[in-house]
Ligand binder design. Structure first.
Ligand SMILES: Cc1cc2nc3c(=O)[nH]c(=O)nc-3n(C[C@H](O)[C@H](O)[C@H](O)COP(=O)(O)O)c2cc1C
Length: 198
């Protein structure tokens, strides 16, 4: 079967994060985002793709800050309330009954009940006709210790970070499962001749 090129989001699982921001007047906003990714391991930057008409984008422009919250399974209803097109003056923490969690380095609060909170500052915007790529730098990264090991690795089978598969009429919320295969990063590198001979 051949799909349309613009169905490319149907062919891979996407993360679901909640981006929390405040406007310059202090109105709290939260919105789900799936076009989110870290930019290359082990750098500190992340990128969000945003339609040009988003309160989140406007707030990031006004304040230069945002928080990437990682919701677990169970927060789907709050995620979908935050996805509604409320006007900019609506407090979306209030609408979705989210509890604010004070951030360490930015004004925007995080969201209680999430698994991790990446406080970010705006580094660069790449503006296109229909969308904007927002590049941010993580300045403080905090995790819920109950779901993370001492090395900072997530017990994802217990934590169940929310992800999503998109379809024609809607989306199915999902979460990651272990395939049974673990791989160390060093598997990616061929043993060098020097190393082999030493
Ligand atoms: C699971 C999910 C993922 C989403 N991902 C994005 C995204 O990556 N970029 C985007 O511009 N909108 C995305 N949206 C839509 C926004 O969340 C939605 O338009 C929201 O109302 C924007 O809120 P705001 O205007 O307060 O920023 C997504 C919605 C859902 C439900």
């Amino acid at each position: 079967m051949i799909l349309k090129p613009n169905q490319r989001e149907n062919i891979l699982p996407l993360p679901v994060v909640l981006i929390s921001t405040v406007s310059k007047d202090g109105v709290r906003n939260a919105a789900p985002w799936s076009n989110f990714t870290p930019i290359l391991r082990p750098l500190e930057e992340v990128v969000l793709a945003s339609w040009t008409k988003r309160d989140t984008l406007e707030n990031i422009r006004q304040t230069g800050e945002f928080v990437v919250n990682i919701p677990p399974v169970g927060m789907e209803d709050a995620v979908m309330i935050c996805a509604r097109n409320y006007p900019p003056e609506a407090d979306e923490f209030f609408e979705a009954k989210l509890k604010a969690r004070p951030s360490a380095a930015v004004k925007a609060p995080g969201i209680e009940g999430c698994l991790a909170w990446a406080e970010c500052v705006l580094e660069e915007e790449i503006v296109r006709e229909k969308f904007v790529l927002i590049i941010g730098k993580v300045v403080t990264l905090t995790v819920d210790d109950r779901f993370f090991g001492a090395d900072g690795g997530m017990d994802f089978q217990r934590a169940k970070p929310l992800s999503v598969m998109l379809g024609k009429e809607g989306m199915s919320f999902t979460y990651p499962a272990f395939s049974g295969r673990y791989a160390e990063y060093r598997e990616m590198f061929l043993p060098s001749a020097t190393k082999g001979s030493v």
